[in-house]
Write a protein that binds this ligand. Structure first.
Ligand code: NDP
Length: 243
């Protein structure tokens, strides 16, 4: 059974990814600080064996604890085939009035943490002879949006990380790709002020918003045989918002 770590797998996009991968018979390890009711239900719904979902509670902001956390994953689950760096926070704020603690948290959770987690998991993938890494960025990593300058900086970082790491580990049989979703209804976007979601949908080519499962299907594709020659890419899923 191929095991995939999905960070932020307790709700929103990460939960959708965990459910789709479990349905495709991957062994999913969902990581978040708390197990949500939706995740508990998903774990119960997934059959034991291939397609099972396990929950591991971990605060990804605890950077120094990441090496031991990865060791514990290895002990408990064995080799890891895939890593989906999905966990993220979306604090909105005009830069001039943003607290430095908010800036620090955005950079720590959205940039430092997935990079350090990838470092320790990629070492295992190298020893195991290959693997697949998917980083969840955002269209805000390459287009501007009022109030999202720091968030946008973190999501642009994910794109740069993806491209160079793909070159670094490609010869070892490891692919690294990014997905850049547009606005999707989740807990993270609930508080986003400014333009209404209908406005965003109306200015998109397809006149609608992308959905969680669109991202989950792309992750499944990148992890599957179809993704074997795709690396260093950015897959935009925004219903044509940035077309
Ligand atoms: P949600 O807020 O719905 O979910 C975030 C997930 O990350 C939760 O499982 C949360 O669990 C986990 N998480 C947050 N902080 C930590 C932490 N310190 N340690 C461990 N886990 C943590 O967000 P979305 O599903 O909307 O977003 C998922 C990803 O997709 C993010 O990277 C986001 O930037 C990106 N994205 C989202 C878009 C959208 O429109 N929704 C658009 C483009 C990109 P817990 O709180 O229990 O720790």
């Amino acid at each position: 059974m191929r095991r995939v770590v999905v960070t932020g797998g307790s709700r929103g996009i990460g939960l959708g990814i965990a459910q789709r991968l479990a349905a495709a018979s991957y062994g999913v390890i969902a990581v978040a600080r708390r197990e949500s009711e939706e995740l508990t239900a998903a774990i119960a719904a997934a059959a034991p064996g291939p397609g099972a979902i396990a929950f591991k509670a971990f605060d990804l902001g605890e950077i120094d604890a990441i090496p031991d956390f990865v060791k514990s994953l290895r002990r408990e689950f064995g080799s890891i085939y895939g890593l989906v760096n999905n966990a993220g926070i979306g604090t909105e704020g005009v830069l001039a009035t943003m607290h430095n603690t908010q800036i620090d948290a955005l950079v720590r959770i959205n940039v430092t943490s997935p990079i350090v987690l990838t470092k320790y998991i990629v070492r295992q993938m190298m020893a195991d002879g290959g693997g697949r890494i998917v980083n969840i960025s955002s269209i805000i990593g390459s287009t501007g949006y009022n109030g999202l300058s720091v968030y946008g900086a973190t999501k642009a970082a994910a794109l740069g990380f993806t491209r160079s790491l793909a070159r670094e580990v490609g010869r070892l049989g490891i692919t690294v790709n990014a997905i850049a979703p547009g606005f999707i209804d989740t807990e993270l976007t609930k508080g986003l002020a400014g333009e209404g979601r209908d406005k965003i949908a109306n200015r998109s080519a397809l006149r609608r918003l992308p959905e969680i499962d669109d991202v989950a299907r792309m992750v499944e594709y990148l992890l599957g045989d179809g993704g074997r020659n795709i690396t260093g890419s950015v897959q935009t899923i925004d219903a044509g918002n940035t077309a």
